[in-house]
Design a protein around this ligand. Structure first.
Ligand SMILES: Nc1ncnc2c1ncn2[C@@H]1O[C@H](COP(=O)(O)OP(=O)(O)OP(=O)(O)O)[C@@H](O)[C@H]1O
Ligand SMILES: [Mg+2]
Length: 386
């Protein structure tokens, strides 16, 4: 079990992180992060054990308090470079299981590593047992999947809503769909939902947000029982959403649902940024033409500048595959480095018929007669949940 533990090295000095990575070379799951990225990434990475390295600029005690607030089960070991009693006292007070002053206590760190790991393993085991006995097993770490593209009209809303509904039909998972197109919405038409409620109604309770608040505001798609959080569809309301709102919303959803499916607008703002940061996977929707490829390259640059990690996270969904495509799906592999998760056909007739009637693509599990687009989505979902 010790091979299973997830370790996070947090600090601003690359050299110390690399050194510690060496000390921990028998562990596979080790992530490294700066103080600055800790806030955005901690919830997603969900480490069991954190080595927090002293920083010149940032308060380690504040960082530890933040860690305990977001992830109360994680254990923290502090790494200092000098015997500053004030610093050590403050981190002890914030809650750590051990500290080491490097390089003097390097040997001591090696010596104690086993017992620290044992402590983490014990803690994990206890947690699993209480989770099983309180029937809350598996809850608490749902996946957040965001659907994005730098190009408007590429199929983000169509694919994300069909994905969420199909996932609900093809599995026993708890699924919630969130429409983050703050100004115009869009998903309500594909899912045939009429309501004035939106996640903006959660603003007054955001600081104590829990599952029942969310269920009070969410709508249910009647056929699949998919839960849906609609967008406020109002520029003024969107203006007033505080920074941190979306991160809070997504983290609470992740604790209560197995899958949180997020439909994003093209425009990048603090809320889309927050959703991308929290996501376990970002599905980028690509059409097979030169402008779409160029836009992807631009988005890549934007993500890099914003520090949004794409490695192991961003996957491509090719949409509108058809005979008249300018580029062939196989050529895409040579142009881009991201994995291609699925391809969906251009299905003008089938898709249009559903949109005109404002009818979702799926009506029941194991449906026989599906339009080609819905078949494509089902194939992808089935292969994902297997
Ligand atoms: N595979 C497809 N087959 C047929 N039509 C499609 C397909 N994908 C998308 N479309 C068409 O493109 C339109 C736009 O799709 P959608 O609203 O999902 O795009 P979007 O990326 O969410 O757009 P926006 O940037 O405005 O949010 C749909 O109404 C549909 O008519
Ligand atoms: Mg859309």
């Amino acid at each position: 079990m010790s091979a299973d533990i997830k370790i996070l090295l947090a600090g601003d000095q690359e050299q110390s992180k690399t050194h510690l990575r060496g000390v921990l070379n028998s562990f596979e799951k080790v992530d490294m992060i700066s103080y600055r990225d800790l806030k955005a990434e901690l919830d997603r990475l969900a480490p069991d054990l954190i080595f927090l390295i002293e920083s010149d600029k940032e308060s380690s005690a504040d960082a530890i308090e933040y860690i305990h607030a977001v992830n109360p089960m994680a254990l923290v070991v502090f790494i200092a470079f000098s015997q500053n009693f004030d610093v050590l006292k403050s981190v002890m007070r914030a809650g750590i299981i051990d500290f080491f002053i490097l390089p003097d206590e390097n040997a001591m760190l090696y010596g104690r590593l086993d017992s620290i790991v044992q402590m983490v393993v014990q803690r994990k085991k206890q947690l699993m047992e209480t989770a099983v006995s309180s029937q809350s097993f598996k809850r608490g770490r749902g996946k957040i999947y965001s659907f994005y593209s730098g190009k408007g009209g590429s199929g983000k809303t169509l694919i994300s809503s069909a994905f969420a509904q199909t996932l609900k039909f093809e599995s026993t998972a708890q699924v919630i769909f969130i429409d983050l197109n703050l100004h115009y919405g869009g998903a309500e038409a594909f899912l045939s939902i009429v309501s004035n409620r939106s996640f903006a109604d959660l603003m007054p309770v955001i600081d104590e947000l829990n599952e029942s608040h969310i269920r009070n505001v969410s709508q249910v798609e009647k056929l699949s029982k998919l839960e849906v959080l609609l967008s406020p569809r109002d520029a003024e309301v969107a203006e007033h959403l505080p920074e941190g709102f979306i991160a809070r919303l997504l983290r609470t959803c992740r604790r209560s649902y197995d899958f949180v499916v997020v439909d994003l607008p093209v425009a990048m703002n603090i809320h889309s940024y927050a959703a991308l940061e929290e996501s376990d996977k970002i599905f980028y929707i690509l059409n097979l033409d030169t402008p779409s490829i160029n836009t992807l390259k631009q988005v890549e640059g934007l993500f890099r500048r914003l520090g949004i990690e794409t490695e192991g996270r961003l996957e491509i969904l090719i949409n509108q595959v058809g005979k008249e495509n300018e580029i062939k799906p196989n050529d895409v592999k040579n142009i881009i480095s991201y994995p291609i998760a699925a391809k969906f056909p251009r299905d003008f007739k089938g898709v249009q018929a559903h949109i005109n009637k404002s009818e979702p693509f799926r009506k029941e599990p194991n449906e026989k007669k599906l339009i080609p687009f819905a078949k494509g989505i089902r194939k992808w979902v089935v292969q994902m949940v297997e």
